[in-house]
Design a protein around this ligand. Structure first.
Ligand code: HEC
Length: 408
């Protein structure tokens, strides 16, 4: 049944492709509208109800955009909505969460030295945290604190830092960062799904019925949009961070996450101010660079192992470790992979464990059976450039080990 491993790998790639495309579409249109909104110019003689206008040039023509605050006097004939970008970003992201972290819970989600969890428990915590995060956030926005824009943002920052810390106390560092991104992105998508779009639908219904829409719906949507604006860049950081162990697998990873949220604000501040034609606040770039330097420095503090280093194997790992081919496969891995894939790599150019994939003990090797099969058996991605001269027979051996174990 090796087809299953191949299909799973391709499903993972397809979901990622889809996710990146929808995210580009969503964030692209969101950046566009933020800049457009801030750049609107108020002029005399604008039609009734128009708040401001802007001229733009793109793709061989000039655009003349006018924004009606609340709504135009009557319903226009054609109306383009922006919502599926956001919905499909969330759905495809959730699919990836299922494929990578729920499907590979033992490897990617659960770290037994952090917390002893069964896969179903870890998955339940993951799902519950995403749902509860939205409820807490939404209630905060609707509470009296919601009227104080920066007070609310400060409070949200505290919630996010608490979540960053909480996730690192439960999951692997990699899953903790990914979940922090998913937690934040769920809030952003839910803002669109539960607040912004429904409010716009109320306004549209009023227009069709000939009623004057209540301006409060626009104000609420604006508040949620502002949060989404500041949260976008940190989310992208967390989603990409799983390629960079220094970010997620070091002692102060949750402090790093907190500083990343601040960088999201300082970078966006420069763009928001510039788009509003209110000058170019150089100080916000200086603060951003300073925050980044602190992050780099924090990442040099190594993680001290607290739990026992070698824990017992899961039933699946036991199956891989007791297969007849395991001994030979292990010899190949120790000879061709472990010089890099070690807690302290001995390969000269490698200074820390690549992608946190350690291949030294029986358990580590058994735990990564599927990855080894895809990276060094089915494909020739590993060893990189075949620097350790693995032979075709050795690759066949790694494949035989995986395939015979799963068909047992
Ligand atoms: C010269 C050092 C070196 C050797 C030898 C090496 N690797 Fe790697 N391995 C790396 C690096 C670097 C990465 C990270 C690549 C990246 O960031 O995309 C990596 C990544 C991986 C990953 C994670 C891939 C992913 O995208 O999640 C696996 C699994 C892996 N290697 C398995 C192996 C196996 C199996 C062998 C032996 C057959 C091996 N490696 C030999 C350096 C090495």
């Amino acid at each position: 049944m090796y087809e299953y491993a191949v299909a799973w790998e391709w499903l993972s790639f397809a979901a990622r492709w889809f996710h990146v495309i929808t995210a580009i579409a969503w964030i692209g249109s969101s950046f566009y509208f933020i800049a457009l909104d801030l750049g609107l110019v108020k002029r005399p003689h604008l039609p009734a109800g128009v708040y401001g206008e802007e001229w733009q040039v793109h793709g061989g023509g000039f655009y003349h955009v006018q924004k009606y605050l609340v709504a135009p006097a009557e319903m226009p004939e054609h109306l383009t909505w922006f919502k599926y970008e956001s919905y499909f970003t969330w759905l495809s992201g959730f699919l990836m969460l299922c494929v990578v972290y729920y499907g590979g819970a033992d490897l990617f989600l659960i770290d037994r030295t952090v917390m002893e969890l069964a896969p179903w428990q870890a998955i339940l915590i993951s799902l519950a945290s995403l749902a509860i995060g939205w409820i807490i956030y939404d209630q905060l926005c609707k509470s009296p604190i919601g009227n104080n824009t920066w007070g609310l943002i400060a409070l949200l920052f505290i919630v996010l830092v608490a979540m960053a810390w909480g996730y690192t106390e439960v999951f692997t560092g990699r899953a903790a960062f990914l979940h922090l991104g998913a937690f934040t992105a769920t809030i952003m998508s839910a803002n669109v799904f539960f607040i912004i779009i429904p409010n716009q639908k109320i306004v549209v219904a009023d227009l069709i019925a000939g009623r004057t829409p209540d301006p409060k719906y626009g104000v609420i949507a604006k508040q949620r949009s502002l949060h989404n604006n500041y949260l976008t860049l940190p989310v992208i950081f967390f989603m990409l961070s799983n390629h960079y162990p220094l970010a997620f697998a070091t002692a102060f990873n949750w402090v790093i996450a907190a500083l990343v949220f601040l960088m999201g604000v300082t970078i966006r501040h420069w763009f928001n101010t510039t788009h509003a034609r209110k000058g170019r606040p150089t100080w916000s770039w200086l603060v951003t660079v300073l925050l980044f330097i602190v992050i780099i420095w924090l990442s040099t503090v190594p993680k001290v192992l607290t739990g026992e280093a070698e824990t017992s194997m899961t039933p699946m790992e036991q199956k891989f470790a007791s297969n007849a081919h395991f001994g030979a496969a292990k010899d190949v891995i120790l000879a061709r992979c472990s010089m890099c894939h070690a807690a302290e790599p001995v390969w000269e150019a490698i200074s820390f464990t690549p992608k946190s994939v350690k291949l030294e003990t029986d358990r580590e090797i058994a735990a990564h059976a599927r990855e080894i099969y895809i990276q060094a058996g089915r494909s020739h991605a590993m060893p990189p450039g075949n620097v350790t001269a693995i032979s075709p027979e050795e690759r066949r051996l790694l494949m035989a080990w995986y395939e015979s174990t799963i068909s047992e």
